[in-house]
Unconditional design. Sequence first.
Length: 298
Amino acid sequence: RALSPRPAVAVRCQEGQLAVTVRRDLFGTGRPVRAAELSLGKASCPPLSPNPAQAFVTFVAALHECGSTLQVTPDSLIYRTTLFYKPTPSSNPLIVRATPAEVLIECHYPRKSNVSSGAVHPTWAPFRSTVAAQERLRFSLRLMDDDWSRERLSNGFQLGDSLRFQADVTSEGHVPLRLFVDQCVATATPDRSSSPRYAFIDLGGCLVDGRAEDTGSAFVSPRPRPESLRFLVDAFKFAGDAGNLLYINCHLRVSPAAQAPNPWNKACSFSKASGLWAPLEGTAAICSCCDTGSCPSP
């Protein structure tokens, strides 16, 4: 059979998203596939509203959406996803007229150059200077006094007290940033993987300790500024542990301040009054995974 002048699957890797165009006659047999039988990524993202008269089906998704994965190499950022073709079962269960197919899709971006093919908006720093500035990000996590005005001089607490944490990031010449705390883990030894181990912030920004009875643990609203985040945690100790020390390790992360909070970038507290999770910013939907435990990895 002669090769088609146009590929069956075409991909355009853009600055923040990818566009995938799929020929309806995917296999070149003259029998078009249905748009509903095509999906993108492990999240099964559907195509744009198809026009039955068109010979192509189009997908558009942000690079981190649809369950894509990111690989970082010394020279490149590689986003990977998969186009799935899952044919509708035949009306006759005894026979099969089509087989499923998968098409691996990759978008490669250089780490040390500007990936934009057009002019950079003047309010944004070019990608080259952004990468250079990443090494100058300085993160801090401090225990604060009762009115948040200064760092607490003592690190001793009684059960019933509240620990006031303030996380900050400072940078030089970077685009505006918003800070998040993905996870905080308490252990009885300096080894964060030791046992006993209690993650009081988990699932990419869910303050899970707030669900415990008789606790007021929560993120503090509003933020002092986008690059700063405050949260309260009621003092605790490990049951049966004769020691009186806790070691706390937290994973801090930033995203562009202009990017709206989402399930990957969130700060969610549990409201006992409503019995629901509430975000520090954004819509309640971004916190829904705090209940199911299926939050996407940042």
